[in-house]
Design a protein around this ligand. Structure first.
Ligand code: HAM
Length: 427
C-alpha cells in the first residue's frame, strides 16, 4: 500500500481535477461508487480474469458476507447502473483507488488510482470514437507526446467464444513449444496468451489463428466505422490484432494507450472497450456499455519522464515574520486567510535570519515583517521575495489596517497561490 506525500499529492489532485473538467465538458457527470462491494459484483467480470481469480483482496465481513476491495471501477459503476436505472444514455466519469494483489514494481502497485468514463445505453460506433478520443485527447492535453493508441475489435460475444476455442486448439497443438507460464495461462484463458510479451512464446503466437477471420460481419462493420471515425477526428491509431486486454467482459472495440517513455511491462497508461454483456451479467437489462480507465500513477510517471504536467504552485502569498513574540503572526495570518489570501507563518519565533529562511522556503511572494518599530507605528513591512522583487517591487512600510487591501491589489496579478488554489493549478 502506498502513501502519497506533498508535493506529489497536489499534482495528483490537479491531474484528477483536470480530468474532471475535461470529461464534464463532454457531458459526463461524476458518479461515486463504493470501494468495497459484494464479491459477486467483481466475480461477474469473469472466472478467466486474473484480476478476479488471483489478485483480489476479498474477505468475509463481520456479518459473514463475502466482500472485496474493488480491483477496478467498471463493475461497480455498472452495478450502480443496474441498481438505480438512470435515464439512458448514462454518461459518467469516475475516479478513485483500486486494489490488486500484484507483484509490486515501478508503475505496478497493489493500491493505485484510476480515472475513467463509462457510458451505458448507446450502440453507435461514434460513441466508441468519442470515448477513445477523450482518453487520447486528455493525455495529449496533459502534455504527453509519446503515446500510442492501440485499437482492436474482439467481435461479438459468439465471435469471441469461437475465436477463443480456435486459439485454444492452436496452442494445445503446440504445447511443447510454449513456456511453463504460458501453459498455466492456456488452461485459464487462451486469449490472454495472445498479448503475452514472453519472447519464448512469440513464434507460436505469431502463427495463431487471426481474430479478423472469426469476426461477424456486423462486428467488422462496427469496427470499420470506429476506425473511420478516429481518422475523421484526427486521432492517430495503430491496429493491434493481438490486443485482448486482461478483463473478460470486453466485446467488440478494445483499446489501450501505451507510453513510449515507460518500461514495456508497465507501459499501459490506460485502456478500455465495450462491455455490452456486463449489465445483464449483473442482473440488469441488456444494455450496451463502453468506457476506459487511465492509471493515475502511471500517467504521472510518464509525465515525469516527459517533463510534463509539473506540480501546481500552491505556495502562499504572504509569510508573516514576527519578531515581537508571535501574537502579530497569529492575528495577521488569521485576517489574511479570512479574506481568502493564502498565508503562513513560523511557530516558535527565531531570529530574523532564520524566519526569513522559512519565508523563502515557503515560496511566498511577500514576507510581512513585524518588529518593534512597526508595532509602535501600527504598520508592517512588506518585503517582496525572490521572483517578486523586480521593478516596482521594493520593500515598503504599509499601515497595518491596509495590508489586506494592499495584498489583494498585488496578489492577483502575480499568479500566486490564491489563484492556483481556486483553479487547482496548471492553468
Ligand atoms: P485495466 O487495463 O485493468 O482496465 O486498468 C486500466 C489502467 O489502470 C491500466 O492501463 C494502468 O494504467 C492502470 N493500472 C492497472 N493496474 C495497475 C496497478 N497494479 N498499478 C498501477 N496502475 C495500474 C480497467 O481497469 C478497466 N476497468 C478499464 C475500463 C473501463 N474498461 C471499460 N471501462
Amino acid at each position: 500500500m502506498r502513501d502519497v506525500l506533498p508535493p506529489d499529492s497536489a499534482r495528483r489532485r490537479a491531474l484528477v481535477a483536470r480530468f474532471a473538467s475535461a470529461m464534464e465538458l463532454a457531458g459526463y457527470a461524476e458518479v461515486v461508487v463504493p470501494i468495497l462491494e459484494e464479491l459477486g459484483v467483481f466475480e461477474r467480470m469473469g472466472e478467466a480474469t486474473d484480476v478476479v481469480t488471483k489478485e483480489m483482496y476479498d474477505f468475509t465481513d463481520r456479518d459473514g458476507r463475502q466482500v472485496a476491495l474493488r480491483p477496478e471501477l467498471t463493475a461497480g459503476v455498472v452495478r450502480a447502473f443496474v441498481q438505480h436505472r438512470p435515464q439512458l444514455p448514462w454518461k459518467v466519469w469516475c475516479g478513485g483507488t483500486n486494489f490488486r494483489h500484484e507483484r509490486p514494481q515501478k508503475g505496478r502497485y497493489r493500491m493505485f488510482d484510476q480515472v475513467g468514463v463509462e457510458t451505458l445505453g448507446v450502440d453507435d460506433p461514434d460513441l466508441d470514437v468519442e470515448v477513445v478520443a477523450l482518453a487520447w485527447q486528455f493525455l495529449a492535453n496533459v502534455g504527453l507526446q509519446q503515446v500510442t493508441l492501440l485499437v482492436n475489435s474482439l467481435g461479438d460475444h459468439d465471435d469471441r467464444s469461437r475465436y477463443s476455442e480456435a486459439v485454444r486448439a492452436h496452442f494445445e497443438a503446440h504445447r511443447d513449444a510454449l513456456s511453463e507460464a504460458a501453459l498455466v495461462t492456456l488452461d485459464r484463458n487462451p486469449l490472454r496468451l495472445l498479448d503475452s510479451k514472453r519472447p519464448a512464446d512469440a513464434e507460436v503466437i505469431a502463427n495463431a489463428p487471426r481474430l479478423v477471420d472469426h469476426r461477424s460481419d456486423e462486428a467488422n462493420e462496427h469496427y470499420e466505422r470506429v476506425l473511420g471515425g478516429l481518422r475523421s477526428v484526427g486521432v492517430p491509431y495503430v491496429e493491434a490484432p493481438l490486443l485482448v486486454r486482461g478483463l473478460d467482459y470486453y466485446r467488440r472495440t478494445t483499446f489501450e494507450l501505451a507510453s513510449g517513455s515507460l518500461d514495456a511491462a508497465q507501459n499501459a497508461l490506460g485502456g478500455g472497450g465495450r462491455y455490452d454483456g456486463l449489465s445483464e451479467d449483473l442482473g440488469g437489462p441488456p444494455t450496451d456499455g463502453i468506457g476506459f480507465a487511465l492509471g493515475v500513477d502511471r500517467v504521472l510517471l510518464a509525465c515525469d519522464a516527459e517533463d510534463a504536467f509539473p506540480a501546481p504552485d500552491n505556495s502562499v502569498v504572504a509569510f508573516v515574520v514576527d519578531l515581537v513574540g508571535g501574537g502579530a503572526a497569529r492575528d495577521i495570518t488569521h485576517e489574511l486567510r479570512a479574506v481568502g489570501l493564502a498565508a503562513d507563518r513560523r511557530f516558535g519565533g527565531g531570529s530574523m535570519k532564520s524566519q526569513m529562511k522559512s519565508a523563502d522556503r515557503s515560496g511566498a511572494a511577500f514576507a510581512i515583517l513585524v518588529g518593534e518599530d512597526e508595532m509602535a507605528a501600527n504598520e508592517v513591512t512588506l518585503r517582496p521575495l525572490r521572483g517578486h522583487d523586480g521593478p516596482g517591487g521594493e520593500q515598503r512600510r504599509v499601515p497595518r489596517n491596509s495590508l489586506v487591501e494592499e495584498l489583494q491589489r498585488l496578489a492577483p496579478s502575480m499568479g500566486t497561490a490564491q489563484i492556483a488554489h481556486e483553479t487547482d493549478g496548471n492553468g
